[in-house]
Design a protein around this ligand. Sequence first.
Ligand code: NAD
Length: 337
Amino acid sequence: MKQIRCAVLGLGRLGYWHAENLATKIRGARLLTVIDPIAGRAEQVASELGIESYSIDPDDAFNNPDIDAVVIVTPTSTHAEMIKKAAAKGKQIFVEKPITQTLAEADEVIEAIRKNNVVCQVGFMRRFDPAYHEAKKRIAKGDIGQPIYFKGLSRDGNVPPASFIKHSGGIYLDISIHDYDIARYLMNADVVSVQATGHVLMHAFLSEYGDVDQALTTLQFSNGAAGDIETMRIAPYGYDIRGEIVGTEGVITIGSLREHNIQILNHQGSTYDIIPDFPSKFKDAYLLEMAHFIESLMNGTKPDCTEEDGKAALAIAIAATDSFKSGKLVQIQTVNA
Ligand SMILES: NC(=O)c1ccc[n+]([C@@H]2O[C@H](COP(=O)([O-])OP(=O)(O)OC[C@H]3O[C@@H](n4cnc5c(N)ncnc54)[C@H](O)[C@@H]3O)[C@@H](O)[C@H]2O)c1
């Protein structure tokens, strides 16, 4: 394919960034249409980005023979239906994480993807973040020997509104899943069991949805390695994402709190800017993951983060949710069965 003609579905917190990247920055991509049911939203984004068409109805993208690929950035609860519709119409698919909300849905979408012979990339953008990407290369080179422990930390300062929480699947599916995926990727092993805890420490409304604002997951990997993941929606200082891989011959630490590599010294003391939010932290990763999707379609190759990876991370997230509810260690094979 010479040019990949795309539609972006869902223009909320993240959809706008994917639309902007496709419209203005990615070689080989042409953003044909943007779609969102909120009155005026798609029209506004189309006008800002110079897109020729817009709609409130995703079916307009699925039924348009000129569209090669759809980028699904709608609420998580809609992903399964969107993927099945897109695959049935032969559209190539980029879908935000988590791929679906249940493993039964994940199996259905994987079947639809295979049956219709389309490509699917899941939006685990940390794999494309320059620091995480370099860590993967250094581990493969043997710089820290054999990885034996993974530590992940994701603290987000902004609790999304109840309207988002309601459709998010809960903290383990919504946020910890990024760490579950990057843990599998960096440790080069599957997770076989998890034990999770969670608490509501600040935002009481989360209890209404069975959700928490602080969570901890401990992991056991198939190769004997172990790990832990801390997840919070209540960092009172910014957006804090870090990782650590301990190996038999060294350690790699990933991530920093600094937005700019400067430090200011004055009468108040010493300060530096802290990363404020996810678009600031991962803007390069969002661009690189979408460029990878378009390049994979142009070259006819399989993307690095597939529907199978999406299902594997989902299985860990569902096991962690089950463990949080039951207070017991949960084997992933049991969840997968
Ligand atoms: N990879 C990441 O770092 C990251 C970050 C944020 C969100 N996400 C994921 O992206 C997805 C969207 O999250 P968000 O934070 O942008 O949510 P959001 O609620 O801010 O935006 C969702 C948008 O989708 C629109 N929408 C709802 N139903 C639709 C439909 N049927 N067709 C088209 N549009 C529809 C809504 O009107 C809204 O504008 C979620 O699955 C979330 O997990 C991923």
